[in-house]
Design a protein around this ligand. Structure first.
Ligand code: HEM
Length: 455
C-alpha cells in the first residue's frame, strides 16, 4: 500500500461526505479491480465517508473516536447481521466470529472464554514449543540448505497443528494439508464475493462441496473424541457438552460443526500470516533481526522460551506489534446500526452498514508519522503513551474483540523467539516486495518465501 495523502479537509455537518463514485459503475469496478487502493483512496476523503463496496452502500469510518463509539461505547446499537458476516455465516453457521449478536453470541462467548484465559494459554505453551521445535528441526535437516523455503506453507501447517492440539487435543496428521487447501479456496470464493456478489453464495455448488469436505474433517474429529475414554476439560469438551443440553437450548449438529470450524479457522489463519510477515520483516531489516537475536540469546541462553520468559523479550514483542500494525490479517470488519445513531454530529440511519478497515486505520497519517515505514520503536512504552487510546487495535476492541488475542500473541512471540535462536532469515536475491491479497482475511500475495540459514 502507498501512504495516504489527505486531499480534503472535511467540514463537520450532519451529512456524511460521499465518495462521489457512490453507486456508479466505475466505483464498483474500481473496488473490484483493487479493493485496497479503493478503500485507501476513500480514507483520504475524510474520517467518515459514504461509499459502495460490491455495490452495497456503506459508511466507512477511520478515526479512533469513531472506532471507540461503534465497537465500545455504543456497541449495543451495532450487530454483525450485515453483508460481510452474512456471507461468512454460510460457512460458520452461528459460530462466534460471525454470530450476529445478542443472547446467542453472549452464551457462546461465556462458554468459550475459559479456554482463552491466561492460565489456559500458559498450559498451551509447552505444546506450541514442541510443535515449533519439530518444524525447526525439519528445516535444519533439509538436504538442500540453499533452497528457498515456503515459509507461509510451513507456518500455516504449524499454526493449524497448534490450534488443533491446544484447543481440541488432537494430534493432526497429513489430512490437515487438504483442510488448508480447501479453506484457501473457500476464502477466495467468499473474499471475491465481497467485490462481486453475484451469483449469491447459496447458488455456488463448489462452495457447498468445500464446506462439506471441511465438515467431514470436523466430523471425524468429533467421532474420534466421542469414542475415546479420556475425560478432557477443554474447549472441545465444552462444545460437545453444549449439544447435550436437556433444556432444548444446545447446539444443533450444524451449529456444532460451524462453531468448531469457526474456531479452527480463526485460530490458525490469522496467526500463521502474522508469523510469516514477522519472518519477512526480519529478513527485510537485518539490523532489526540482529537486535532480536541478541535479545533472545541474552535472555534465553539457548533454552526454549517459556510463557514467563516472553515478558523478558520486549524488543521482539515491539517487532511483532509493528508487524501487526502494517500487516494486520483480520483487516476489515463491519457492523449494522440497530437504531438511528450519531457519530460526531453525523447521522447514522438505522440499518446502515458501518465499515471498519484496520489496515487503513493503522496507517492514519495523523497518528502514524511516515505510516509505511517499518519502525518497531513506535512501540516503546513512551511512544505508545503519546498516542490516543485505541489507535492501534489489530485484535479489535469492545465486547467482540478477539477472544484469541493472548493465545495468538503468545504463539507468535514464542515462534519468533525460537526462529531467532536457530536461523537467520533473508530475502532471496531479486525478490520484489510482497504485496497483499485481500480475501476474507488478508494474505501475502504469492506467500512468503525466504532463505533460512542455521545460526
Ligand atoms: C494475529 C492473530 C489474530 C488477529 C489479528 C485477530 C483479529 C481479530 C479481530 C480484529 C477480531 C474482532 C473482529 C470484529 O470486531 O468484528 C477477532 C475476533 C475473533 N477472533 Fe481473532 N485474531 C487473531 C487470532 C485469533 C485466534 C488465535 C483465535 C482462536 C483461537 C481467534 C478467534 C477469534 C474469535 C472467535 C473472534 C470473535 C469474537 C467474538 O465475536 O466474540 N482469533 N479477531
Amino acid at each position: 500500500m502507498t501512504a495516504p495523502t489527505r486531499v480534503t479537509e472535511v467540514r463537520r455537518n450532519s451529512s456524511i461526505p460521499s465518495l462521489g463514485l457512490r453507486g456508479s459503475v466505475s466505483g464498483i469496478l474500481a473496488a473490484r479491480r483493487n479493493q485496497l487502493d479503493f478503500i485507501q483512496h476513500a480514507t483520504t476523503q475524510g474520517d467518515i465517508v459514504r461509499m459502495r463496496l460490491g455495490g452495497i452502500p456503506m459508511i466507512l469510518i477511520n478515526h479512533p473516536d469513531y472506532f471507540q463509539h461503534v465497537l465500545v461505547d455504543a456497541h449495543a446499537n451495532y450487530d454483525k447481521d450485515n453483508f460481510l458476516y452474512r456471507a461468512v455465516e454460510t460457512v460458520f453457521r452461528g459460530g462466534l466470529v460471525s454470530n450476529p449478536g445478542g443472547e446467542s453470541w453472549h452464551a457462546r462467548r461465556r462458554m468459550m472464554q475459559p479456554s482463552f484465559k491466561r492460565g489456559s494459554t500458559v498450559d498451551f505453551t509447552a505444546g506450541m514449543t514442541e510443535l515449533t521445535d519439530d518444524l525447526l528441526r525439519r528445516w535444519a535437516g533439509r538436504s538442500d540448505q540453499g533452497a528457498v523455503v515456503d515459509v507461509s506453507a510451513d507456518i500455516g501447517n504449524l499454526s493449524l497443528q497448534i490450534v488443533l492440539r491446544s484447543l481440541f487435543g488432537v494430534a493432526a496428521g497429513a489430512e490437515v494439508k487438504a483442510f488448508e487447501r480447501n479453506f484457501l479456496e473457500l476464502n477466495t470464493i467468499v473474499g471475491n464475493f465481497f467485490r462481486m456478489p453475484f451469483p449469491p453464495l447459496s447458488r455456488r455448488p463448489r462452495l457447498r462441496a468445500l464446506i462439506q469436505e471441511m465438515d467431514d474433517f470436523v466430523d471425524r474429529l468429533i467421532r474420534a473424541r466421542r469414542s475415546g475414554t479420556e475425560e478432557r476439560r477443554d474447549l472441545f469438551g465444552a462444545l460437545l457438552d453444549a449439544t447435550h443440553g436437556d433444556d432444548g437450548t444446545g447446539f444443533t449438529q450444524q451449529e456444532l460443526l460451524g462453531e468448531i470450524l469457526s474456531t479452527i479457522v480463526s485460530g490458525y489463519e490469522t496467526s500463521s500470516h502474522s508469523i510469516a510477515w514477522v519472518f519477512y520483516r526480519l529478513a527485510r531489516h537485518p539490523d532489526i533481526q540482529s537486535r532480536v537475536q541478541k535479545e533472545v540469546d541474552e535472555v534465553l541462553q539457548g533454552q526454549p522460551p517459556t510463557f514467563d520468559s516472553l515478558a523478558k523479550l520486549p524488543y521482539t514483542r515491539m517487532v511483532i506489534d509493528e508487524t501487526l500494525r502494517l500487516h494486520t490479517p483480520a483487516w476489515q470488519t463491519m457492523r449494522r446500526a440497530l437504531r438511528d445513531d450519531e457519530i460526531d454530529g453525523y447521522r447514522i440511519p438505522r440499518g446502515s452498514s458501518v465499515y471498519l478497515n484496520f489496515l487503513t486505520y493503522h496507517r492514519h497519517p495523523e497518528f502514524w508519522p511516515d505510516p509505511e515505514r517499518f519502525d518497531p520503536e513506535r512501540f516503546t512504552p513512551e511512544n505508545v503513551a503519546k498516542r490516543p487510546r485505541n489507535v492501534y487495535q489489530p485484535f479489535g476492541s469492545g465486547p467482540r474483540h478477539c477472544i484469541g488475542k493472548y493465545f495468538a500473541l503468545t504463539e507468535i512471540h514464542l515462534i519468533t523467539a525460537m526462529l531467532a535462536q536457530s536461523f537467520t532469515v533473508s530475502v532471496p536475491a531479486g525478490q520484489p516486495p510482497v504485496g497483499f491479497k485481500p480475501l476474507v482475511t488478508l494474505h501475502p500475495r504469492g506467500g512468503i518465501h525466504l532463505h533460512l540459514t542455521p545460526r
